[in-house]
Ligand binder design. Structure first.
Ligand SMILES: C[S@@+](CC[C@H](N)C(=O)[O-])C[C@H]1O[C@@H](n2cnc3c(N)ncnc32)[C@H](O)[C@@H]1O
Length: 277
């Protein structure tokens, strides 16, 4: 049985630890011909915690990558009123998911497709959920970062490398059969807008932004004075904090920043290739 094809999973230690990881998750079902990750279910209470962490509601569209028996998408629809898509490489699991959705009364709001998660169009998602493996998460990271700012991503147990989560929650999972830690880690990211570069403000003011994922450092030059800030993005919402309680808040709208502080208000525009002026 081919569990982890080398084309995506190159970390040799994973071949050794995966059976332990699988055993640690409690009841395990492994189907034939699985692809990048084996089928291991997220326990129901962890599923609910993942969806709560993402703040899923009736206006959300949840895409679960590697949807197994469909439980995350079905719970998102039944308990939180969302719509959802589950993509899964194992056809029997997709058939089972459709049947589970029908029984749960949410077939109209959910869809399950036999599909490689690396080929899935993620653009319609407002929430992406994943219970995969570290290197699979990393391979997905560029596509996740390119999603619409504000899209939430929740991953069960594994992170996204040096893209630090906005929040991590631990949930007790007493049924984990090995290891001292009987818990799952749930990580949440909100896709940040891309703001790196120079922005031009009113009266010749400039804002130079350095961005690493959702973390920002900034130099604001205004009236011949320059001040440094550090800050964060939460989707399109930017907050910069400087010395002596200086605070700068803005909303990113494509190439426009709306907001500022008491001395520099709306709107700011991205400088593009040319300097401000
Ligand atoms: C750990 S299970 C998680 C199942 C479900 N999301 C949950 O949390 O209960 C990972 C699932 O991903 C599926 N999978 C593995 N590689 C895949 C791929 N390339 N495309 C789509 N699904 C894949 C597996 O068959 C398995 O059902």
């Amino acid at each position: 049985m081919r569990i982890l094809p080398r084309r995506r999973l190159r970390a040799p230690f994973l071949w050794l630890v995966l059976p332990l990881w699988a055993a640690a998750q409690g009841p395990v079902t492994v189907t034939a011909s699985v692809e990048d990750v084996p089928f291991i279910t997220t326990p129901d209470h962890v599923t609910v915690a993942m969806l709560e962490l993402a703040g899923v509601g009736a206006r959300d569209h949840v895409i679960d990558l590697g949807s197994g028996d469909g439980r995350i998408v079905i719970t998102a629809a039944k308990r939180f009123g969302a719509s959802g898509l589950g993509v899964e490489i194992v056809p029997d699991l997709v058939a089972q998911s459709r049947e589970n959705a029908r029984r749960a009364g949410v077939a109209a709001r959910t869809r399950f497709e036999v599909q490689d998660l690396f080929a899935t169009d993620l653009a319609p998602a407002s929430v992406v959920t994943m219970y995969l493996l570290p290197e699979v998460n990393l391979a997905l990271r560029p596509r996740l970062l390119a999603l619409k700012p504000g899209t939430r991503i929740v991953s069960h147990d594994w992170d996204l490398g040096d893209w630090a989560p906005d929040r991590t929650l631990t949930v007790a999972v007493p049924e984990k059969t090995i290891g001292r830690e009987k818990l799952s880690r749930l990580h949440l990211w909100t896709v940040p807008a891309a703001v790196q570069g120079l922005w031009c403000g009113p009266g010749g003011a400039t804002l130079q932004l350095q961005q690493r994922y959702q973390v920002l450092s900034a130099l604001l030059t205004q009236g011949g004075l320059s001040r440094s800030y550090s800050g964060r993005l939460h989707g399109t919402a930017m907050e910069l904090l400087g010395e002596a309680g200086a605070r700068w808040q803005a909303t990113v709208d494509g190439n426009t920043l709306r907001g500022g502080d008491a001395t520099a208000t709306l709107p700011w525009r991205r400088a593009g290739a040319a300097a401000c002026g």
